[in-house]
Design a protein around this ligand. Sequence first.
Ligand SMILES: [Zn+2]
Ligand SMILES: [Zn+2]
Length: 413
Amino acid sequence: MRRSGRPIRRRRTTVPARRDPFERARDASAAPATLHPYTSYPMATTERDLYEVLGVERGASDAEIKRAFRKLAQQWHPDVNTDPEAQERFKEINDAYQVLSDPQRRQRYDMFGRAGADNGAGNAGNAGFEGFSGFSDIFDAFFGGAAGGGNARRGRPQGGADLRYDLRISFEEAIKGTDKEIEFHVLDRCETCSGTGAKPGTDPTTCPQCDGRGEVRSVRQTMLGQMVNVSACPRCRGEGKIVETPCETCKGDGRTERKRNLRVTIPPGIDEGHQIRLTNEGELGPRGGPPGSLYVAVHVAPHPSLKRDGTELYYEAPISIAQAALGTRITVPTVDGDEEVEIKAGTQPDTEIRLRGKGAPHLRRSSRGDLHVLVDVQVPTKLSKKQRELLEAYAKDAGETVGGGGLREKLGL
Ligand SMILES: [Zn+2]
Ligand SMILES: [Zn+2]
C-alpha cells in the first residue's frame, strides 16, 4: 500500500517471511499485487450506496433524507407490501436511514464507506481498520481511489510490481550481519520520455471514456437491488490519461529494462526465510506510476556443526564414558571462534551446558541468545582386548555383573 506524503525511503525493515503477505512471491512475474487501487475494486462491487438506497443526492439535507426514508418505508414496509423482496428492501432502507440520519455516522460513511459507518459510534478515528494504515488506503479499498461526495479523485498511474531477489549468505554472516552488493534487472524510467510514455514534444491527453477519472461505473439490477460496479476504465487502464503518440524508445510504456546495483544491509540475527523490503526499489509503474518494492529473500547456508533455532544455537558434543566420568575439556566451535569448555567429572548423558550470549542476536535488540552444548555420552561399541579387560576390572571392582548375556558366551564360543 502506498500513500503520498509519508516517508517512503524506509529501508532495511526485516520481516519474518511467514508473517509477510508477500511471502508467496517467487519471482517478479509471480509477485502478488499490492493493493493497488486501479486494478480491481472488490469492495465497491457488493455494497450498495446508501444514498442510492434512499434515492437522494450525496449533499441531501437531513430533511430530504427523512422525507425520502418515510416515503420508501411506507412503500416497502412488509406489513403493506407483499412483494417477497419487501422485507429485505425495507431492512436496507432502514439501515441506510440509520446511518444517514446520524450526522457522525453519515460523516464517517462519506469518508470511509460502510465499514466506517458501522464502526463504533463516537469513534471518529480509524480504529478498527486493522490492515488499512491510513485514510487514503481506506478510500482506495472502498472507493477505488474516488472519495465520495462527487469529488472524485483523478486517475492515477498504476504502481509497479514488487520484485524478489534471493540472496544467499553464510551462517556467520546471518549472525553477525553483512553488506551485500546485489545486481538485478528492473523496469526503470525511460529516459527518452522521462517516464510519461509520450513522444518528446507531445503530452498524454485526458481519457475521453472516463473523462480522466480512471474508473467507470455500471449499475446492475439484482435480486438484492441495484449494484453499482466500479471498475478501472478499460481504455486508459485506470490512469485517466491516454498516450496518443507513444515514445519510440519504450513504445509508450514509460519504462525500459535496466541493470541496477544495490547495496543491501543484512542486519545481525537475520534468519533463513526472512525478507528485507526495500521500498521503491521494485519495478517502476508504467507511465510514471509509483515503483513497487524489492523483497530480498535471505537464504542462510547451514553450519557444519552448529544448528540454529531463532536466537539459540546448538552444538552436540560427543564425549566418551571415560571423559564423562573423569571430566575433560572440549573445543566448541562458536561464531566468535573456538571456545574451550570444561566437562566436569561425573557429567551425565544429555547434560546441557549453556554458553550465554554466544547465540544469534535478537533482531530488534542488542542482546544475543545462547549456545547450548548438548553432551552426547557415547558408549563404545568396539573394545580392544586391553579396554575390555580394564572395563571388566572396573565392573568387578564395582561389584557389577557384566557379560554373559550374549549367545556366543552361553554357547561357550
Ligand atoms: Zn519512453
Ligand atoms: Zn479512461
